[in-house]
Design a protein around this ligand. Structure first.
Ligand SMILES: C[S@@+](CC[C@H](N)C(=O)[O-])C[C@H]1O[C@@H](n2cnc3c(N)ncnc32)[C@H](O)[C@@H]1O
Length: 184
């Protein structure tokens, strides 16, 4: 993430939008179960909210410095430094997988599809994969200058999730974001 992005993800403005609007929409009527994996926690706004709705939360972050800061902040969350395209857990280890506002940071479509396949692999039967990502607005594009910005097309997402093995896929558009859910 560039410096602006890293700063913004830690602000109250972003936390309120994420936890007041995006996460409630993404997780409406979803039971994540008691073993949840979060992909791309970043500064931890999503982590702080997710740990209140599940028994056990594990968060997998690519950036080493962010991982270290998260581990210091959350003593009750297992923070793992690694990539969501190569998840270091066994098949079926989780009841829910969540990622918010991180897919556009995965540089290629092939890597995003690998992430979807990994989410499917680590979910047990009846598990759910859900989350959100940003739509490409002018402010969003400005915030990502010099940063990875591989925006997901929400219209193409259902087929991509089904190709990864998911069923009962739903994608919903918000004002500047979309949410999705997919059953394992
Ligand atoms: C914009 S932040 C989102 C943080 C948080 N989920 C939120 O909604 O506020 C995206 C995070 O995804 C992380 N990330 C990008 N690619 C990743 C990957 N392949 N595996 C795990 N984390 C990744 C980035 O390092 C960054 O911390």
């Amino acid at each position: 993430m560039n410096r602006f992005h890293r700063w913004y993800c830690g602000t109250g403005h972003w936390r309120r939008h994420l936890t007041g609007t995006i996460l409630p929409q993404a997780l409406t009527d979803e039971d994540l179960g008691d073993q949840v994996l979060e992909l791309g926690p970043g500064r931890g706004a999503s982590t702080a909210w997710l740990k209140t709705v599940t028994g056990s939360l594990t968060s997998l972050e690519l950036d080493g410095d962010l991982s270290a800061a998260l581990a210091e902040r959350f003593s009750d969350v297992e923070i793992v430094n690694g990539s969501a395209t190569d998840v270091p857990f066994e098949a079926g280890a989780f009841s829910g997988v969540v990622c918010t506002t991180m897919l556009h940071h995965v540089p290629t479509t092939a890597e995003q599809d690998r992430l979807f396949a990994e989410a499917k692999r680590v979910l047990g039967p009846g598990g759910v994969f859900c989350g959100s990502d940003s739509l490409s607005t002018p402010i969003f594009r400005l915030a990502h200058r010099g940063d990875v910005m591989n925006v997901v097309d929400p219209d193409a997402l259902p087929d991509r999730l089904r190709a990864a093995g998911f069923s009962e896929v739903r994608v919903t558009r918000g004002s500047d974001f979309f949410t999705f859910r997919a059953g394992a």
